[in-house]
Ligand binder design. Structure first.
Ligand SMILES: Nc1ncnc2c1ncn2[C@@H]1O[C@H](COP(=O)(O)OP(=O)(O)OP(=O)(O)O)[C@@H](O)[C@H]1O
Length: 300
């Protein structure tokens, strides 16, 4: 449904005043898949997504959406895509229903307004003026408008910014239902738990390149897990059967391991035989947040 190959995007001229925001990016997204694009600020996510949305041409490389060039064949591609931009240009004095109706008027074969507003649970706010909506409600209206085309491919640029935890969960449910209906979704987000909760696959971008890509489980498994506990009194950390590196700080032990199950088994068997208690024992796989921070640190 989406194919990106050797994509580059440059702003300005080819000289020193120009800037290459996307520097050779490859990925593809299959039908009914949610693909999340993550990255540091200015990594090139929006610059990439804008090309896929048909808003800009690539400087080099190729992109295909529904098998077509989204920029040159915009008239064929756009009716099947839905786009939720980072910031919407609503008219503040229109009501929610008027906004949806106006948008439907710009769309060939629009879905009924009550359907799209119902999907994001804004039906009860239909007669409220846009300027009276909360930040989270405005994002939901934006999502409703993106669904007006009943899209086969949906682009969501930071869809839950400004939402409270409940609204965010509700929006995730909407996104999951769309996936069940076979909609292909490209999501950019700064919320790592959002990518973890929604994405079938994800890519992390840094300075115009993809540095990590895979399922959330694959991406996290490539990063060491952590075991922590308070150091029992009188115990020399060198006796611990832990793979390195082991940090001891302020009476707390923290070890990293590429094989959590094995390391934990070794540690617990040793503790039982030695009659040692490990207070505050905590073992966990790497989170997406750790992977992200480690990547940013390494790159810096
Ligand atoms: N119109 C433009 N002209 C020149 N440079 C631009 C333009 N738009 C973006 N850039 C630069 O390109 C780089 C990538 O920007 P982009 O908005 O794609 O990043 P992003 O990953 O979406 O960032 P964020 O997470 O902060 O939204 C940034 O350094 C930005 O300053």
């Amino acid at each position: 449904m989406i194919e990106v190959s050797a994509l580059r995007r440059r702003y300005g001229g080819s000289g020193r005043d120009g800037y290459e925001a996307v520097r050779g990016v490859d990925f593809s997204v299959g039908q009914g898949e949610i693909f999340a694009l993550l990255g540091t600020n200015g990594a090139g996510k929006t610059s990439t997504v804008e090309v896929l949305e048909g808003l800009a041409a690539p400087s080099a490389g190729e992109v295909r959406v529904l098998g077509r060039d989204p920029f040159k064949e915009r008239a064929q591609v756009r009716p099947h895509t839905g786009i939720m931009l980072q910031e919407a240009g609503f008219s503040n004095d229109l009501t929610v229903a008027e906004t949806a109706r106006m948008w439907a008027g710009c769309t060939g074969r629009p879905a009924p307004i009550s359907e799209v507003l119902g999907t994001v649970r804004l039906n009860e706010r239909a007669d409220v003026r846009v300027k009276q909506l909360s930040g989270g409600e405005r994002r939901r209206l934006d999502l409703a408008l993106a669904l007006t085309t009943r899209p086969r491919v949906l682009f969501l640029d930071e869809p839950t910014t400004g939402m409270d935890p409940q609204a965010r969960q509700d929006t995730w449910q909407v996104v999951r239902r769309l996936r069940e209906d076979g909609v292909t979704i490209l999501l950019t987000t700064h919320y790592l738990e959002e990518a973890e909760a929604l994405a079938d696959r994800l890519a992390i971008m840094h300075r115009g390149r993809i540095t990590v890509m895979g399922t959330p489980a694959e991406v996290m498994a490539a990063h060491p897990a952590r075991i922590r506990f308070r150091l029992p009194e009188g115990l020399d950390p060198a006796w611990l059967p832990l793979p390195g590196p082991v940090d001891v700080f302020d009476g707390n032990v923290e070890a990293q391991t590429g094989n959590l199950q094995q390391s934990l088994t070794d540690l617990l068997l040793w503790a039982r035989e030695a009659g040692v208690e490990l207070p505050g024992l905590d073992a966990r796989s790497a989170s997406l947040e750790q992977v992200f921070l480690a990547m940013a640190e390494e790159a810096a």
